[in-house]
Design a protein. Structure first.
Lengths: 116, 109
């Protein structure tokens, strides 16, 4: 069974530029998560989708971050404009059910973003 | 909100046993996950506890005490490949996973 796929694996941009990350979850997984992991810290949830609806985006900086999951499968996370403090690894995870039901989240390899 | 506390670093030698402690304070609690994360890689699932007690899985075991807000991960017969960060992650009743900063374990030969 294929795991969670993410691209690109690495991205270097200058501040005020925009960037987009892509995620393809495990086939059949209804719930998709985007996390931000700053060096030396644990992952922090940015947004959670159940199928194509947003369940939780309370920690998403909505002035610059946006995410969508239009067909309930793939998802993109965008940052516009980027700031230096956005330098981090962006992890995508998926789970079979999620949202109120306890099941395991499986993570993709992540995208390492460096903002100069 | 969530308050999760685990040691920043631990060291041990090959073949030894190490216990990584985690204390948490949550506004709603549904269970607790442990993840392993090697440098530059994604977190991978190790264990999940929802009831009090010990869950054993090969060389790894995890313990939970809900009343004390306390969990530990026990790693036996340590191997070099166990050098990694271990993340304690309470699961809230709202369906959200909260991660601690992680404990960086270094295993020496």
């Amino acid at each position: 069974e294929a795991g969670v796929a993410q691209s690109p694996r690495y991205k270097i941009i200058e501040k005020r530029q925009s960037v987009a990350f892509w995620c393809n979850p495990i086939s059949g997984h209804a719930t998709l998560y985007w996390y931000q992991q700053i060096l030396g810290q644990g992952p922090k949830l940015l947004i959670q989708f159940q199928n194509n609806g947003v369940v939780d985006d309370s920690q998403l900086p909505k002035d610059r971050f946006s995410a969508e999951r239009l067909k309930g499968v793939d998802s993109t996370l965008k940052i516009q404009p980027a700031k230096l403090e956005d330098s981090a690894v962006y992890l995508c995870a998926s789970s079979l059910v999620g949202s109120g039901s306890t099941d395991t989240q499986y993570f993709g390899p992540g995208t390492r973003l460096t903002v100069l | 909100g969530q308050n999760i506390d685990q040691p920043t670093e631990m060291t041990a030698t090959e073949g030894a046993i190490v216990q990584i402690n985690c204390t948490y304070q949550t506004s709603g609690f549904n269970g607790l996950f442990w993840y392993q994360q090697h440098a530059g890689e994604a977190p991978t699932f190790l264990s999940y506890n929802v009831l009090d007690g010990l869950e054993e899985k090969g060389r790894f075991s995890s313990f939970l005490s809900r009343s004390k807000g306390y969990s530990y991960l026990l790693l036996k017969e340590l191997q070099m490949k166990d050098s990694a960060s271990y993340l304690c992650a309470p699961w809230s009743t709202l369906g959200r996973l909260y991660f601690g900063r992680g404990t960086q374990l270094t295993v020496w030969p």
